[in-house]
Design a protein around this ligand. Sequence first.
Ligand code: GLV
Ligand code: MN
Ligand code: MN
Length: 402
Amino acid sequence: MSGATSLLDAIAGVGTDRRGGYSRHGFDRAEAELREWFTAEATARGLDVHTDRNGNLWAWWGEPGPDAVVTGSHLDSVPGGGAFDGPLGVASALAAVDLLRAEGFTRSRPLAVAVFAEEEGGRFGVPCLGSRLLAGTLDADTARTLRDTDGVTLAEAVKARGVAPEHLGSDPETLGRIGCFVELHVEQGRGLVDLGTPVGLASSILAHGRWRLSFSGEGNHAGATALADRRDPMLPAASLVLAARRAAASVPGARATVGRLVPTPGGTNVIPSTVDVWLDARASGDGETRHVVAEITEAAREAAEAEGCTVAVREESYTGTVTFDSTLRDELAGVLGGAPALATGAGHDAGVLAHHVPTAMLFVRNPTGVSHAPAEHAEADDCEAGVAALARVLAHLAGAPC
Ligand code: GLV
Ligand code: MN
Ligand code: MN
């Protein structure tokens, strides 16, 4: 078994979801347990662990920055997610440190393993929360008031984990220490399966964002209200779901998904008063993504009007297209003997950091091609190949400027 696989085995029982897979969300009990696990593993390796002002963890091999080589990922998951999205990058980083140590590697630059908070946005709705706050691309006042489904604010959640909410926000000192960032991640598609190779590099990430559409109508009785008398917000919500598929299908490479829809109050025999729908839309560029979202929201508005309902649209997060540093990618492809480059539609902390520092990503083959679901997988041998690749990359980078 690879070092990464053994490390993942140790956390296999944490945050299991009764529906299958894992539900580990930013600053919840499961994620806190994983933070403790990470801190213990990093400390056992002689790394110096601390939490930054946004609740991201940093395990330093050597004095913190500047010009540090940083690797890592996240420990939170989507609801009912797989075992690898996030934790594989963290476990591989620790295993790569072991490998470098075993090889007698001597650093000429500081090296750190980072764990970013709430990458999936599974609890507070904004993905890459920790890295966005760190980079100053998410306003701290807005972040503090984000609420989870139980009404707990981010400010309350971080406070419960010992992070001062008043200090959340842009952290130029920590960001300034990062000379370059490399995130290893399970591939979230079948690109490497088709290429027949265990490890690749990322070339780009689709532009992507989240929009909340809140439909309001009139709550009423499911049996006693004639169809002609209804103002049922579920109808325009259903139209939105269909419009999302239609709009995305009309733009090459675009995707639009409704994975979350909440009727209030939510009773079988109750016409809802409101329906909140969260739309995830992605496409190659800003123009294409905005076009898809505009088509969907226009269809939602028309459908709402036809049913005597209203709709309010709010953008909850947005990230433009990411093109990873091609100089760094070519350099690392050389280090890895010509690893292929793959584009992805999945968002990552690396995508946030790529706007600020030279950044690269390594992908590890996923035989199922499935992600954000329990079927997500990586074979032990491929995990081992990922660790070896990451160790080679880190050794290369920590011996020369990025
Ligand atoms: C995160 O994995 C995302 O792409 O939403
Ligand atoms: Mn994910
Ligand atoms: Mn991830």
